[in-house]
Design a protein around this ligand. Structure first.
Ligand SMILES: Nc1nc2c(ncn2[C@@H]2O[C@H](COP(=O)(O)OP(=O)(O)OP(=O)(O)O)[C@@H](O)[C@H]2O)c(=O)[nH]1
Length: 927
């Protein structure tokens, strides 16, 4: 850790910019940090039953509802970012449960001003806290972070973002791990905040504890201003202040501004406080804050630029931090810049939410920056000591406990004294220190936090920094060569294709060269396998001894040290010199080592681009699959109407059968009646026709036909067909609704107003000509029975009309013969008597029977056709309806697929261009 010799306003409010990542990594001064965009999902997250299961959703608006892909960093976790300045709303369970309006108010508050909601869990009963936490979670959603104070169990149970621990509460690491176990599917690490009441505990919580932010209760501090100053200057995580002893009812606008200006990241408010502060005050406060911050940011950039100019322009000389570069190389750098700029455009199109793209943006912006050497390794391996030994001064703090908590960026600056340095805290949190060490004229060196520290934040900082380094010095401690966690970290560095030089530090711990050689060969053997290369560079060093030698050397620039190195054959010091030589040989672009440095430097952004490209390709492939799936699902739904049609056809068979069997039954009963009426033996009828003539009263059979057969049959059939029509219409309406719902449910992100559909769309579901009903509506029992009577009368008259009263006696014979067979006998007898006319009777009767049968069959056919037509009309209407409402979904899927395929082509082009660029870089040779 850098001793703050001339720390320039390190924690001025300018560091409290708009987003504060709890563990912000390095980012270039002039570009935004890539990790700033690790924002909490401020919009409601993607619903699981959305159109696709992957990143993009269908929609006329395009893929803006894209879900963030998991990060490329190990474990796939992101550190949640806390927006500052911000308000913390602190609530008791009673605030939430006892007050009916509270939830509405909280809803409004999180939509506007409040970024963090803390529910006090310490004192209330577990049940009430849980109940309140659930209600809060339902209201807050993902718009703000919900944290539960002191109750890790409840925070885990309700899926809260994290916990707030009191001064004496659970260790942060225990709370975080418990939360992580319960949130195994979350991309975001849980937040752990600590309530502190003194500057000492604030410092402790932020550094060794690894809390993500602090709630600082000023009520216990005697010298509030002094305590605040100490805390703000030394604590690098967001601090929200609360004054539980304050007499003031509610902080005024002036107070809020004062608190903010003092360096706090925000204020903790109760529900009551927040209710009393008007929206005007809050919006005014935020306006002022943002304006002030923007101004400060601009100012700080100006100052930094000035500092750059004052420092001298050696870093601007040359290209990409190189001296002696040829035109060819310059052209290559420009080419790389343009290729990568184009690649960035494509990546942003392919995966707009992939935060790592900003890594590439930064890398491209830094293409002209000096070579970046990062020293990585486990904590306590001696990273800071190695750097100090390289620089020849104890600039960085060394120690047996984790001492480097931040990314510390070392740059050259001409300062008056050799042991002098000037450090600045970058708005993103890392330290930039300007030192007068000559080696920094040619490269920037970065000290990173140890990788196997229990504080996850530090490990993440280093992991996130790795992609941007041009060369890694992997420091291994001689007392534990190549641990499991080192192997894991090493494999991670290879995901970014990093060139690694191993530095086996603390070699002085070995008793003899044999021990040293054994260690070297053990490390080399294993790293060769791990890195799949024969070319492993390893330097055994004893950095502490070298540093001491250098410090005790009298002359400048370590001349004495070099003399020692050359004169002494002590490997403990001489091997460090080899490491330095290796590094210095990198400096000259006209040598092959220097050229390798150039290749590494140019390779850094390309490796990042390749990694992002692979991620984009995977994402695009999945998205294409899901778009194809969506398209075929939409088509399947539309086509599934055919199955519905078949089902309806099948079901309609029974309706038709019922109708036909009703007609059949009527026909049979009518025929029966005809048979029984049209008999020669039916003397009553004959007599009544013959004697009474046309004016005779209606036959009993006629009224039976009308009242008992046709009347009820027609009414029944009309009802049946009425039911049939209703069945068709209601099925259509229900099915149409179901189709619409299934589209909406499957792809909730797509919303179409009904106005977008043609006017008659919904009408289609009801529309029906009702041909079947119309076919029967004119059928009258009265008219038909009259017709029947006429026919019967005709038959009788034609048969018996010529006999007269005398002839009738012959026919009396038949009065005792009741059946048709008997009719025939009667016919025989009568024929013998010469009554020929009677012989036509059976044929006439058969004629009527045929006629009735024909009429009934024709009616059956007519009804069947009409019913079929009604069915067709309804199913066709449904098909049309489903096509109309399904079309937008299908089109959206098709459009999305087309766009994705376009992006896929562009990604392939990027891959090709990157490959060519890589070949060109590999072909760079010393001229
Ligand atoms: N014996 C021996 N001890 C060393 C050597 N180099 C460093 N140390 C000691 O190892 C301890 C850790 O050194 P640091 O340089 O702070 O280690 P670091 O890797 O930067 O530690 P963090 O910043 O906490 O990750 C200190 O006590 C150093 O004095 C060495 O060459 N030999």
């Amino acid at each position: 850790m850098i001793p703050l010799l001339s720390l320039r306003s390190p924690a001025s409010p300018s560091s409290a910019l708009f987003h504060f990542s709890p563990s912000p990594p390095f980012s270039s001064r002039f570009t935004k940090s890539p990790f700033r965009r690790f924002l909490p999902p401020t919009k409601p997250s993607l619903s699981t039953n959305s159109f696709s299961s992957t990143s993009q959703q269908l929609g006329p608006q395009g893929p803006q509802n894209q879900q963030a892909p998991r990060t490329l960093f190990p474990g796939g976790y992101k550190r949640p970012e806390i927006k500052v300045p911000n308000f913390v709303l602190q609530l008791d369970p009673d605030d939430v449960l006892a007050d009916d309006n509270a939830l509405d108010f909280i809803d409004k508050a999180v939509s506007k001003w409040v970024g963090l909601v803390v529910l006090n869990g310490g004192e209330g009963s577990g049940g009430r806290v849980y109940e309140a936490a659930r209600s809060l979670k339902a209201v807050v959603k993902d718009r703000a972070y919900l944290l539960i104070a002191e109750r890790v169990d409840i925070a885990a149970a309700v899926g809260a973002s994290g916990v707030v621990l009191s001064d004496q509460g659970l260790p942060a690491i225990v709370a975080r791990n418990t939360m992580m176990d319960s949130k195994s599917d979350s991309v975001f690490l849980p937040l752990v905040a600590r309530t502190v009441q003194s500057s000492d505990s604030a410092l402790n919580a932020s550094s060794s504890e690894g809390a993500d932010f602090l709630i600082y209760d000023l009520g216990q501090e005697e010298h509030v201003n002094m305590a605040m100053k100490t805390v703000y200057e030394n604590v690098k995580i967001p601090i929200f202040v609360v004054n539980n002893n304050s007499q003031a009812e509610v902080p005024s606008y002036t107070e809020l501004t004062k608190i903010f200006k003092s360096g706090a990241s925000g204020v903790v408010l109760s529900l009551e406080d927040l209710r009393l502060i008007t929206d005007d005050v809050l919006s005014q406060f935020f306006n002022i804050v943002y304006t002030t911050n923007n101004k400060r940011q601009d100012e700080s950039i100006d100052e930094l630029e000035m500092a750059e100019i004052n420092r001298g322009s050696h870093q601007k000389v040359g290209v990409a931090g190189f001296i002696k570069v040829e035109d060819r190389e310059k052209q290559l750098i420009e080419k790389e810049r343009s290729v990568l700029t184009e690649a960035i455009n494509v990546f942003q199109k392919a995966a707009p939410l992939m935060e790592e793209i900003s890594l590439l943006i930064d890398a491209v912006a830094q293409i002209d920056e000096p070579f970046l050497l990062a020293i990585v390794g486990e904590f306590n391996s001696g990273k800071s000591t190695v750097i100090n030994a390289l620089l020849g001064e104890r600039y960085l703090t060394e120690g047996v406990i984790p001492t480097t908590n931040e990314i510390t960026f070392l740059r050259y600056s001409e300062l008056d004294r050799k042991d002098m340095q000037r450090c600045e805290r970058h708005p993103d949190g890392q330290l930039i220190c300007y030192l007068p060490a000559p080696i920094l004229k040619e490269m920037n060196i970065v000290d990173t936090p140890g990788t196997n520290v229990i504080l996850q934040r530090q490990q993440r900082l280093t992991e996130e920094f790795v992609p941007r380094a041009d060369l890694l010095f992997f420091v291994i401690s001689a007392d534990r060569p190549l641990t499991e966690s080192e192997v894991t970290f090493l494999c991670y560095t290879q995901q970014w294709k990093k060139k690694v030089v191993f530095v086996l530090n603390k070699s002085d711990l070995y008793r003899n060269t044999q021990e040293l050689e054994e260690a070297i060969s053990f490390i080399k053997e294993n790293t060769k396998k791990l890195l799949n290369t024969e070319d492993v560079t390893l330097y055994p060093v004893a950095a502490r001894l070298v540093l001491e030698e250098k410090l005790s050397a009298t002359s400048d620039d370590g001349k004495k040290y070099r003399e020692i190195v050359f004169t002494e054959s002590n490997w403990k010091t001489s091997s460090f010199y080899k490491l330095e030589n290796f590094l210095y040989s990198f400096l000259d672009g006209s040598t092959s080592r220097g050229m390798e440095r150039m290749k590494l430097k140019l390779g850094t952004p390309i490796a990042i681009a390749e990694r992002i490209l692979s991620a984009c390709e995977t994402l695009n492939r999945k998205d294409c699959e899901s778009a194809e799936q969506d398209l075929s699902s939409a088509n399947e739904i539309i086509d599934s109407v055919k199955e519905y049609v078949i089902k309806m056809e099948n079901e309609s068979i029974s309706w038709r059968r019922r109708t036909l069997s009703a007609i059949d039954a009527t026909k049979s009963r009518t025929l029966e009646l005809i048979e029984s009426t049209l008999q020669l033996s039916n003397l009553d009828v004959v007599a009544s026709f013959l004697l009474k003539g046309e004016s005779s009263t209606t036959l009993p059979a006629t009224s039976r036909i009308q009242n008992e057969i046709l009347g009820p049959a027609i009414a029944d059939t009309q009802n049946l067909l009425g039911d049939y029509v209703t069945w068709l219409q209601s099925n259509n309406a229900r099915e149409g609704r179901a189709y619409k719902e299934s589209f909406e449910k499957k792809w909730p992100s797509i919303t179409f107003s009904d106005k977008n559909y043609p006017l008659e769309t919904y009408e289609m579901l009801r529309k029906l000509d009702e041909l079947s009903l119309r076919a029967i509506e004119n059928l009258s029992a009265n008219a038909t029975s009259k017709q029947f009577e006429r026919e019967v009368r005709e038959v009788f008259l034609e048969t018996f009309g010529g006999l007269g009263a005398a002839g009738l006696s012959a026919s009396l014979l038949t009065s005792i013969l009741p059946t048709t067979l008997e009719d025939l006998l009667a016919l025989g007898l009568c024929s013998a008597g010469g009554f020929i006319a009677i012989s036509n009777f059976p044929a006439r009767r058969q004629g009527i029977i045929e006629k009735v049968k024909k009429t009934a069959d024709a009616l059956g056919q007519e009804l069947e056709d009409a019913m079929q037509k009604d069915l067709q009309e309804t199913t066709q209407n449904l098909e049309k309806f489903v096509r109309i409402i399904g079309e937008p979904y299908r089109d959206a899927a098709q459009n999305r697929l087309d766009k994705l395929l376009e992006v896929n082509d562009e990604l392939s082009n990027v891959r090709g261009t990157l490959k060519m660029l890589q070949v060109e870089i590999q072909n760079l040779h010393v001229s």
